[in-house]
Design a protein around this ligand. Structure first.
Ligand SMILES: *[C@@H]1O[C@H](CO)[C@@H](O)[C@H](O)[C@H]1NC(C)=O
Ligand SMILES: *[C@@H]1O[C@H](CO)[C@@H](O)[C@H](O)[C@H]1NC(C)=O
Ligand SMILES: *[C@@H]1O[C@H](CO)[C@@H](O)[C@H](O)[C@H]1NC(C)=O
Ligand SMILES: [Zn+2]
Ligand SMILES: [Zn+2]
Length: 308
């Protein structure tokens, strides 16, 4: 009885999140009208060799998250060999069946809103594929977490943060409390301390909500799809998409601010995405879901990046 009920609830949650996303997308400005989920639904089942409206947007989506070679140029709306390779890379990362096809498990996963940071950072150019590819494969089989060379030096383990200008979504008291809790999760398992900068002082980390294009080359996209992004050390910027329906205690049609904050702080410290779906550093989160506690994979990742 219990497992069936939970499956049913999960199914309802997924359908609900897709429908709310659709509903909101329709109210957007015309240039945003073709939402990701509406074109993905139309693309499901499109075969290699066919052309379809929306395939170019799908390619851009896959390129944004690192599934195309760094030197790839995307022009056509054809389902070509390169798209097949990119889909295979995406399916391998998310541990789906690696079919290279637009099957429903692939399009459904793409519809779940996610962080704007790429899954594959600095993908290699198409001309030198094999060595890096096999290294990545091996790495992901050993551990799910990932990080690069960017990290804070020991002289910067006492980090300060402040709330920057931007869109006013929450009052300062609420933001302070949510972010303090989110920072605490990482402070508990590392040597980092996090303290709000005193008024007017500069800070290592700057947290703000923005809508659309906000000047860092990575515009937000209205409700759904991309929820937030943060920069790797020692940049310190953490941005939430102000157009989401945020909450500190989410209903079924809201995003949990603390869950997303814990994830983005992981990027501020230097962690990349993890393909372990239990991990905080997994790229996507279902609407309405609270996922606030670090998983063992996150703790292993941050300890590997900052060995004591
Ligand atoms: C992968 O394929 C198998 C066999 O067709 C199927 O039973 C399974 O549900 C598929 N898994 C996913 C994640 O789609
Ligand atoms: C945000 O979520 C709340 C709670 O479910 C809901 O009442 C409200 O209409 C939503 N706002 C928007 C803009 O979707
Ligand atoms: C993670 O994926 C596994 C296998 O696909 C699934 O059984 C499990 O429920 C997922 N866990 C979460 C938290 O989504
Ligand atoms: Zn992320
Ligand atoms: Zn930004």
């Amino acid at each position: 009885m219990a497992p069936k009920l939970s499956h049913l609830l999960l199914a309802i949650l997924v359908i609900f999140s897709i429908q709310t996303f659709e509903g909101r997308a329709r109210t957007l400005k015309p240039e945003h009208r073709q939402s990701l989920s509406s074109f993905l639904q139309k693309l499901e089942g499109v075969q290699k060799g066919q052309a379809a409206e929306g395939l170019l947007d799908l390619k851009k989506y896959l390129k944004k998250f690192g599934y195309y070679p760094s030197d790839a140029t995307l022009t056509s709306s054809d389902f070509d060999d390169h798209l097949e390779l990119a889909l295979r890379a995406y399916q391998k990362y998310f541990r789906l069946n690696v079919t290279g096809k637009l099957d429903s498990s692939t399009t459904q996963l793409m519809m779940i809103p996610r962080c704007g940071v790429p899954d594959i950072i600095n993908p290699p150019p198409a001309t030198e594929p094999t060595s890096t590819d096999s290294k990545n494969k091996k790495f992901h089989m050993v551990a799910h977490y990932a990080f690069g060379s960017k990290k804070w030096p020991p002289s910067k383990y006492a980090l300060t943060y402040k709330f920057g200008p931007g869109v006013h979504v929450f009052d300062l008291k609420t933001l302070r409390s949510v972010c303090a809790d989110a920072f605490q999760k990482w402070a508990e398992v590392t040597s980092f301390t996090f303290k709000e900068a005193t008024d007017g002082a500069s800070a290592d980390l700057v947290i703000a909500f923005y809508s659309g294009d906000h000047g860092d080359g990575d515009p937000f996209d209205g409700p759904g799809k991309i929820l937030a992004h943060a920069f790797f050390p020692q940049d310190g910027r953490l941005h939430y998409d102000a157009d989401e329906n945020w909450s500190t205690d989410p209903a079924m049609d809201q995003y949990d601010l603390e869950s997303v904050s814990v994830h983005e702080i992981g990027h501020l410290l230097g962690l990349q995405h993890s393909n372990n779906n239990e991990s905080i550093m997994y790229p996507s989160i279902h609407i309405g879901r609270k996922k606030r506690d670090l998983a063992q994979d996150d703790i292993d990742g941050i300890h590997a990046l900052y060995p004591n």
